[in-house]
Design a protein. Sequence first.
Length: 343
Amino acid sequence: MQTRAHTHIYLYTHFCVLMCVFCGAFMQHWRTQLKHTFVFILGAAAILFIYLMNCYEEPAGSDPGPYHVAYPRNYRFIMDNTSTCRSTTPFLVLMVPVAPGDAAARDLIRQTWGGESLVLGRRVETVFVTGLPGGGDAERTQRELRRESRRHGDLIQSDFRDSYHNLTIKTMVMLEWLAERCRRSAFAVKVDSDVLLHVRNLVALLLEPGTARRNYVSGLVWWHSPVVRNPFVRFYMPRAVIAQSEYPPYPLGMAYVMSLDLPARILEVSPLIRPIYIEDAYLGMCLQRLGVTPTDPPRGDMFLVAPRHPLTSCSLSKVVAVTTTSPSQMRSYWERSREDVHC
Ligand SMILES: *[C@@H]1O[C@H](CO)[C@@H](O)[C@H](O)[C@H]1NC(C)=O
Ligand SMILES: *[C@@H]1O[C@H](CO)[C@@H](O)[C@H](O)[C@H]1NC(C)=O
């Protein structure tokens, strides 16, 4: 089961050794002719390596390997002590995937945009989604998480191992929870914990007559996201995993909103598509199978990813979601976003 990961490490190691050998030789014989030869050989080796990585096929098995995630559909919620969608029917549910140990991020969100419960006359509730903590202090983190859940009643925890690589699992269990619990609610938004959500602007957008109540997904839609084929670049995907050169359109993972008919339907088609670890691209693959196309927000300045900070009060007043670079920036943006600005 370890062979796939090992083959990768093996390929990388060999490539690095090759580079070092060439570089060493190159340093010793600093002559133009040799330089050209070595540059040529180096280039050829890189091209061969990229070619090999792209042809390299994942054998089927239980280990998901580096590009897929284990989503056997039998993860269970071991903590689910929120009244959201149980004794309440919010109009909008704010789902915030967050690392188990990141209590600081949860507190900040509770104190800022996650703490608003009635917005433009609509009920809005926040739920934090986590998996199992790992590492040496996992037990302590788990104890603290239970205490936090008792105190705030806004946490759900599934029994998969929480890690960056497992984000797709987090999204899928979040959809399972929404499908089971929140069918009577209208919308849910998935928001990363470093994002400032302008809840009032989002509710206003959802209440607009032009916003569909079914088959609706919106956010910062990537219409033609190329599949990365260079193994040295983040989000690399070999051809053997994704044959197409572009992902289907998908809303960027930092914040996307959907009508609550969709979670159950996405879960229906997801067994047909093997989950990759890039959660938003995987969502796009499921949506394509469903025949659901994401909707662009009415204006281009509503979902901002890594904009030039600081935002002007005018930009802040129009935004629905924007990535922030620090907790203090999140707090100050939230405070400023509550001011009345006319521009
Ligand atoms: C769940 O909430 C109830 C009351 O709100 C509390 O008594 C109980 O201890 C909580 N359980 C957990 C696991 O947090
Ligand atoms: C992802 O979650 C599964 C299920 O808990 C676990 O077996 C696996 O080790 C996790 N992967 C990573 C990279 O954390």
